[in-house]
Design a protein around this ligand. Structure first.
Ligand code: UTP
Length: 289
C-alpha cells in the first residue's frame, strides 16, 4: 500500500534551543532563509507523500501560518513586481494538505504519534522529526519508502554514532543484512544507560505499518517516564519483523545549538548563491581566531 501520509510530531518544548524557542516553536527556527519545518515538509513531498499531519500543541500557531496563504503579502509583492518571491510564497501555501491534531499532554514521542491515529487510518505512514535535517542526493523519506516497498514491513533510518553518544538515542541490535544497507532488526532500546546493543542509532525518519499504531495503544511509559515510539516498534519487531536502513546522507541535529550551527555552514557551502560568500567568511574568521 502506498505511503500517503507523513506525521510530524511537533509538540515538544524545544528547551535545548532556549531562549530562541521561548515564544517561537523550535520547528520555526531558521536554517539560512527558511524554517526547519519547511525543509522537512519539502522532503516528504519530494518523496511522493500527499498528506501531512502536524501533531502540535499550544503556541505552535506560527507553524500553521507558515503554510497558509497571506493575501495582503501577495498583493504587495504583486504591486512591487517581486514576481519570483510571489511565486515562491504561492508554492509554499499550496504545497500540500495539512491536518492539525493536538497533543494535550507532552507524554512523549510515542504518544504524539498515537494522537494522529484517526487521521492516518489503517495505512502505512511516515514519521518525521523535523529537527533532524538530512542533506542527501535522494530524500531520506524516499530512500525509506523504497525499502518499505521492498519488504512490506516498517523501516527505520539508522546512523552510526560514537559509543559515548549511544545513551542519547534509540539504539538497535542489527540482525541479518539484506544488502545495500538494509538490516533486519533483532532488538532496540531507547536511550540505553549501559550495554548498548550496538552504536547504530535510530534517526528521525520512519516508515511504519498500522500495527505500530496499535502497539502504541498498549505501550506503557518507558525511558524518561514517556511513551516511547521505540518500545512500540520493538513490540512489532518481535512479532512480525522490522527493518533498519543505513541511509545515504549527512544528518544535522538542529534541535541543539552545535548541530544547528553546523547545518548553517554546510547548507551555505552547498548553495550556489551563498557558497563563495560562505567560504570567504570562514577563511576570514579562521585568520582572526
Ligand atoms: P525532543 O526529544 O527533541 O524534545 O523530541 P523537544 O521537547 O522537542 O526538545 P528539547 O529536548 O526540550 O530541546 C523529539 C521530537 O518529538 C516531538 C518533538 O516535537 C520533536 O519533534 N515530541 C516530543 C512531541 O511531539 N511530543 C512529546 O511529548 C515529546
Amino acid at each position: 500500500m502506498k505511503v500517503r501520509t507523513a506525521v510530524f510530531p511537533v509538540a515538544g518544548l524545544g528547551t535545548r534551543l532556549l531562549p530562541a524557542t521561548k515564544s517561537m516553536p523550535k520547528e520555526m527556527v531558521t536554517l539560512i532563509d527558511r524554517p526547519l519545518i519547511q525543509y522537512a515538509v519539502e522532503e516528504v513531498i519530494a518523496a511522493g507523500v500527499e498528506r501531512v499531519v502536524f501533531v502540535s500543541a499550544r503556541s505552535k500557531r506560527a507553524l500553521e501560518d507558515h503554510f497558509d496563504r497571506t493575501p495582503e503579502l501577495e498583493y504587495q509583492l504583486q504591486d512591487s513586481g517581486k514576481t519570483e518571491v510571489l511565486a515562491e510564497m504561492q508554492r509554499l501555501s499550496s504545497m500540500c494538505d495539512i491536518t492539525y491534531v493536538r497533543q494535550k499532554n507532552p507524554l512523549g514521542l510515542g504518544h504524539a504519534v498515537l494522537c494522529a491515529k484517526d487521521v492516518v487510518g489503517k495505512e502505512p505512514f511516515a514519521v518525521i522529526l523535523p529537527d533532524d535535517i538530512i542533506m542527501s542526493k535522494k530524500p531520506v523519506t524516499a530512500q525509506l519508502i523504497d525499502n518499505y516497498n521492498k519488504t512490506g514491513k516498517s523501516v527505520v533510518s539508522l546512523m552510526e554514532v560514537p559509543n559515548e553518544d549511544t545513551s542519547k538515542y534509540g539504539i538497535v541490535k542489527l540482525g541479518a543484512e539484506e544488502g545495500s544497507g538494509l538490516y533486519e532488526l533483532d532488538g532496540m532500546v531507547e536511550k540505553p544507560k549501559e550495554n548498548p546493543p550496538s552504536n547504530m542509532a535510530i534517526i528521525g525518519r520512519y516508515i511504519l505499518t498500522p500495527d505500530v499504531m496499535e502497539a502504541l495503544e498498549h505501550t506503557p511509559r518507558g525511558a524518561g517516564g514517556e511513551i516511547q515510539l521505540t518500545d512500540a516498534i520493538l513490540d512489532v519487531a518481535v512479532k512480525q519483523g522490522v527493518y533498519g536502513y543505513l541511509f545515504e546522507g549527512k544528518r544535522f541535529d538542529c534541535g541543539n545549538m552545535n548541530g544547528l550551527f553546523e547545518a548553517v555552514v554546510h547548507f551555505a557551502l552547498e548553495r550556489p548563491d551563498l557558497r563563495e560568500h560562505a567560504i570567504n567568511v570562514l577563511k576570514g574568521a579562521s585568520k582572526l581566531y
